[in-house]
Design a protein around this ligand. Structure first.
Ligand SMILES: Nc1ncnc2c1ncn2[C@@H]1O[C@H](COP(=O)(O)OP(=O)(O)OP(=O)(O)O)[C@@H](O)[C@H]1O
Ligand SMILES: [Mg+2]
Length: 403
């Protein structure tokens, strides 16, 4: 008689599996150099033009005349004269050109209670795209799964202590939200790990003790202390309308809902919206979002998806971004190395680390289009908010003058 394999498990064997998983993650990080010390690639002048909106010829000319223009010269490829720029070079160029709108910090929450709708993927590409525009970005990982934290090279389980997450601030036991730098010089991170779950319980206990306790205001209170230091704050949320997510929604100036074009996703979004509406009611009349939009994600263009996409557009109109986020092996390939499409180095001397050039190009085009739309939407909402605030101030001073 052949012996059946034994798949029984105890707490101890599960521990062992967890240790195996963590040591494999460390090996991958060492092999691909994707830990927190990884070096960010450089960017071509045409990429810089695309990210910043500065005309390509201007960038080429001014970097060539760096002595008189103050532009960084970049790194010149001697064989063709093309220049490559680091992220810090981009930040310097944007500063020289005075390109950044000064309309205050904008908090964008990316949320949907459907798991796997690409919340974290959209969050990180959006954060990096904003950073490549020269903005100062804070990313808040509010999901105890810590996917976003992993994408920044940290292993949530071993590199991040519970006190480095938002846990203590949300539980009322610390006096500030903890912020960590990342290998992107203009992106900071409030990381996450499983310990963040404790905040969920702490918030719920406070509500049990005092039903008037406004648990949803806590994150906003913490972020308001940090707002001066950033142009955008982007919050990734867990796949649940939890106490954590509710905090992220209350703190938000804008909400972006990633949504797959599938029947199940479509019916779940209706439930999500009804929960969201009742949550928003508890926030009080003063609360509103300057932007509330949907993005179709993981879109591979099958007939069914095209049809579902049409329904989504019909249902939510121009709140839905025009461009879907494409499903692509380039994202899967990049995320194997805990990287994004903006980080993959297609000039890597090790060709096995590059992605198929045509797939990469197509994926970048699709993702760039979505990210540009998100960025425009944020800036339009920021500009409108600034205008409304100014109009309100004028009105107030006029009525004060009448008294
Ligand atoms: N456009 C895409 N093309 C290919 N794979 C993708 C794409 N978007 C996301 N994925 C993959 O799908 C998986 C789920 O994506 P992601 O983690 O962004 O979803 P999520 O909504 O944050 O999930 P969760 O609800 O668990 O937080 C990941 O493995 C990610 O790499
Ligand atoms: Mg996620």
């Amino acid at each position: 008689m052949t012996l059946l394999p034994n798949f029984a498990a105890t707490a101890e064997s599960i521990h062992e599996l967890r240790n195996n998983a963590n040591s494999l993650i460390e090996t991958i990080k060492t092999t691909f150099n994707t830990g927190i010390e990884r070096e960010l690639r450089t960017f071509s002048s045409s990429e810089v033009a695309e990210f910043t909106g500065i005309p390509h010829p201007t960038i080429k000319k001014k970097s060539k005349d760096s002595a008189t223009t103050g532009y960084p010269p970049g790194i010149v490829n001697p064989s063709n004269g093309y220049r490559q720029f680091s992220l810090d070079d981009i930040i310097q160029i944007v500063e020289i050109e005075g390109r950044l709108p000064k309309n205050g910090c904008f908090i964008l929450t990316i949320t949907n209670f459907k798991g796997g709708s690409a919340k974290s993927t959209v969050t990180i590409h959006c954060a990096q795209r904003e950073a490549l525009k020269g903005k100062r970005v804070l990313v808040v990982d509010l999901d105890p799964q810590g996917s976003l934290t992993s994408l920044f090279g940290y292993t949530p389980d071993t590199d991040i202590s519970d006190a480095e997450t938002a846990r203590d601030w949300l539980s009322g036991t610390s006096d500030a939200l903890p912020v960590k730098p990342t290998y992107w010089s203009n992106i900071d991170l409030i990381p996450s790990n499983l310990g963040l779950y404790a905040a969920e319980f702490a918030l719920s206990n406070r509500v049990d003790d005092d039903e008037d306790y406004e648990f949803f205001e806590i994150l906003e209170l913490g972020l308001s202390e940090l707002k001066d230091q950033y142009d955008v704050i982007i919050i990734d949320t867990p796949p649940a309308l939890s106490y954590l997510t509710t905090n992220a929604l209350y703190a938000a100036d804008g909400v972006l809902v990633p949504l797959q074009a599938g029947m199940l996703d479509f019916s779940s979004v209706a439930q999500f919206l009804s929960l969201l509406a009742s949550t928003a009611e508890t926030f009080g009349e003063e609360q509103s979002w300057a932007m509330f939009r949907f993005v179709v994600t993981r879109f591979s263009g099958t007939d069914n998806e095209v049809l579902a996409g049409e329904w989504i557009h019909k249902m939510f109109g121009n709140r839905v971004l025009t461009n879907p986020f494409p499903e692509t092996t380039a994202i899967r390939g990049a995320s194997t190395e805990l990287a994004t499409l903006y980080e993959v180095d297609q000039r890597n001397p090790d060709k096995s680390r590059r992605l198929d050039p045509r797939t990469y190009k197509r994926a970048r085009k699709g993702v760039d289009a979505v990210m540009a739309e998100i960025s425009d939407s944020i800036e339009a909402a920021q500009a409108k908010r600034a205008k409304d605030t100014q109009a309100l101030m004028v009105k107030r001073s006029e009525s004060a003058a009448h008294v």
